[in-house]
Design a binder for this molecule. Structure first.
Ligand SMILES: [Zn+2]
Length: 713
């Protein structure tokens, strides 16, 4: 549809669609009528009376199954491609509860005349928040046998798009440089739902992960959230999503829950139906809370980076005082400055915990804090309320105490990571094993499993093996199995992995076992994976895992099978897995490169995307002309251009001058993409991460929208 391609114009719409009588249509606004148009056709008439921006106009038409619910009399509908309607209630049934929660929290009722969610095949992104009529990928229709294996289901995607109905659709950024006003808020609303529905531990765990992910994306570091020096939609980056969500979390923490939501309500009421810039938001926060947020906005939104702390303390027994020394170690340059942040410090002694509020503002400061005896535990930024990294110099016994006793998930997870650096220490391994069995938060248990895997000692492998006997939930069990993939040449582990791959109550655990067998490269792995490709499972879940594992295994004998499963006619997810693995085999065979390049022009977006990344990772420069030709084609979605450029750059110049991948390890190939050098590395990194996450069918599948920039906006 030819349209004005900028967010700062708003309009009402009428959409009149004449389609085959068996079809369903979905568009913005209220369904006014469906009338017979003769010759086996029907005409659908949709009318949207609330103005919204042109990029939020949508039309979907085809054969769909529909589920109808309602929220306070407003229609709430879900659509699946015909035949998959049974998947709607399980994956989407929490939508009315989300609408209720958001309406109450924000203090502004859901603003549109209906809420439809249409799931379509071959969608160019995870989701797109068209006003009153979200479009999502059909990958969010998880098979009923698999859906219970994901702790938060598809709720991140669903709550994100729903959050946009207020933030993005009702109130819209005036230009893309302020896109955080859309994406940061939608990302924040995911956490609001998570906290309310899945609890504080889950919200804490996701925030803890987001921090690590953001700090791991070094290309985001020197870019402010609000900026105008972008092209190719690169402004839809991990700052607009993850970091902005974090900034809103910090703002809420600093203002307090009541004041924060008072500000959001005022923001929506004052700007309802308007386009806004960041200054508009600052103004409403000040009006509603009488708090000057200039400095907060200046460092977090107009400035770049985040504080990196080096921390240590000493205890003075005579003064009964802890001297906490805080250094900010980030390099002050460009838009990155010193940060001024309020921080909560908890000091625990034999008589219990005490909380102190300090404000860190200088490069180096020492804070004297009372303590009646030598501390058992000192927590800087208790619970992780600030986006930061911290190197806290503590002794082993302090970390062990923190691992067991810290009240908040983030502090215990930090202890897991710190202890994981102490190789060859049996006391540490034992403590992590205890955490794996007993921590009340699954995220900490799973992190302990990862860490034991990385420690790699015989005692660690025993603890992981015995944890498999405990029947923990699939989201932990799969991580334990995955951790076992770190141990090579261990007969007990290989036997266990084979057993889990063949038979386990968790499909995710079975998939991870197949993957792990590829990693450990046993002599029988090829036969096992071949058999798994031949067998059936819900949505081919295990087949796809086996196809991916063949890439890790690195045995060129798998090439014919991968060629077969990458070909047109096979299920899309299997093709993606096969294409990715194919690219990792027989790297000197240019015919394989040619075959993968042939998939670049496929109509299926996910296949194209798989081919683009597979070629980048393969490292065969003969693919460059095919990628360059693709760049010139006129049917690319806007986010594909930077993706393709990134892969061309990868092929022209391997990451960091290092050879691509490590011939000895299949894993290295997957990881090396993370650091691929390119001018569009931001988008590229996120998309590669997306690709890998998708392929692993990890629980983070649901958040892929966040990683796929503009179509979703
Ligand atoms: Zn979004």
């Amino acid at each position: 549809m030819p349209t004005y391609d900028y967010p700062n114009d708003r309009l009402t719409t009428e959409t009149i669609l004449t389609v085959p009588a068996s079809w369903v249509t979905v568009s913005n606004g209220k369904l006014i009528s469906i009338s017979d148009a003769g010759k086996g056709l029907k005409t659908w008439y949709w009318k949207e009376s609330v103005p919204s921006s042109t990029y939020l106009i949508t039309v979907v038409a085809g054969e769909f199954d529909e589920v109808k619910e309602s929220w306070r009399g407003i229609p709430v509908t879900y659509y699946a491609p015909k035949g998959r309607g049974d998947r709607l209630p399980m994956n989407y049934g929490r939508t009315p509860a989300m609408i209720e929660l958001f309406s109450k929290k924000i203090g502004v009722d859901y603003p549109w005349e209906k809420y439809a969610q249409v799931m379509v095949d071959d969608f160019v992104a995870g989701g797109m928040e068209n006003s009153s009529a979200t479009t999502n990928t059909s990958a969010s229709l998880v098979h009923p046998k698999l859906a219970p294996e994901y702790f938060t289901g598809e709720d991140d995607l669903i709550s994100h798009e729903l959050g946009h109905q207020w933030f993005g659709d009702l109130v819209t950024c005036k230009d893309w440089g302020d896109v955080w006003l859309n994406e940061g808020f939608a990302t924040f609303m995911e956490a609001v739902w998570t906290e309310a529905h899945f609890g504080k531990d889950q919200a804490d765990y996701e925030r803890w992960n987001n921090t690590r992910e953001w700090f791991g994306s070094s290309n985001l570091w020197n870019k402010p959230i609000v900026r105008h020096d972008f092209d190719d939609s690169s402004e839809f980056d991990g700052n607009a999503y993850g970091k902005s969500g974090w900034v809103l979390y910090m703002l809420r923490h600093q203002l307090g829950e009541d004041a924060f939501y008072r500000a959001l309500k005022h923001y929506l009421e004052a700007n309802r139906g308007k386009n806004v810039v960041t200054a508009d938001f600052a103004k409403v926060v000040e009006d509603a809370t009488h708090t000057n947020v200039d400095q907060f906005f200046s460092q977090w939104l107009y400035g770049a980076g985040a504080p990196k702390f080096d921390l240590s303390y000493s205890y003075d027994a005579e003064k009964h005082q802890v001297a906490l020394t805080v250094k900010q170690t980030q390099t002050v340059e460009g838009r990155v400055g010193l940060f001024r942040v309020p921080v909560e410090v908890e000091i625990t002694t034999g008589s219990g915990p005490k909380l102190y509020n300090i404000t860190v503002a200088k490069e180096k400061q020492t804070f004297p804090l009372p303590a009646d005896s030598a501390p058992l535990m000192v927590l800087f930024d208790k619970g992780g309320q600030v986006l930061k990294s911290a190197e806290f110099h503590k002794e082993k016994k302090e970390w062990l105490y923190q691992l067991k006793n810290a009240a908040d998930l983030g502090d215990r997870a930090d202890a897991v990571v710190a202890l994981g650096k102490m190789k060859g220490d049996e006391e540490v391994v034992g403590a992590l094993g205890d955490t794996l069995r007993n921590d009340k938060a699954w995220g900490v248990r799973a992190t302990a499993a990862d860490t034991l895997g990385h420690l790699g000692s015989p005692s660690a492998s025993k603890l992981l093996l015995s944890a498999l006997g405990s029947n923990d939930k699939p989201w932990v069990r799969s991580r334990v199995v995955s951790a076992l993939g770190n141990f090579k040449d261990d007969a007990a582990i290989v036997a266990k992995l084979n057993a889990v791959a063949k038979q386990d109550e968790s499909y995710r655990a079975r998939a991870e076992a197949l993957q792990a067998l590829g990693h450990v490269k046993t002599p029988t792995a090829l036969a096992t994976l071949d058999a798994a490709v031949a067998a059936d499972s819900p949505d081919g879940f295990l087949r796809n895992a086996a196809l991916r594992a063949l890439g890790s295994l690195g045995d060129d004998k798998a090439v014919p099978l991968l060629l077969q499963w990458s070909a047109a006619g096979k299920p899309i997810d299997s093709r993606r897995a096969a294409i990715n693995s194919l690219a990792r085999l027989q790297k000197d065979d240019q015919d394989i490169t040619k075959q993968i390049a042939a998939y670049l022009t496929e109509p299926h977006f996910p296949v194209r995307m798989a081919a683009i990344y597979a070629l980048g990772g393969r490292g065969d420069a003969t693919a460059i002309p095919a990628l360059e030709a693709l760049l010139k084609s006129d049917d690319l979605s806007i986010e594909m251009t930077p993706m393709i450029k990134g892969q061309i750059a990868r092929l022209k110049k391997p990451a960091d001058g290092k050879p691509r991948g490590n011939p000895g390890s299949g894993d290295a190939d997957e990881e090396s993409g993370e650091n691929a050098g390119s001018e569009n590395v931001t988008t590229e990194q996120r998309l590669e991460k997306l690709e890998r996450l998708l392929q692993e069918m990890s629980e983070r599948l649901k958040s892929m929208e966040k990683r796929l920039p503009p179509p979703k906006q």
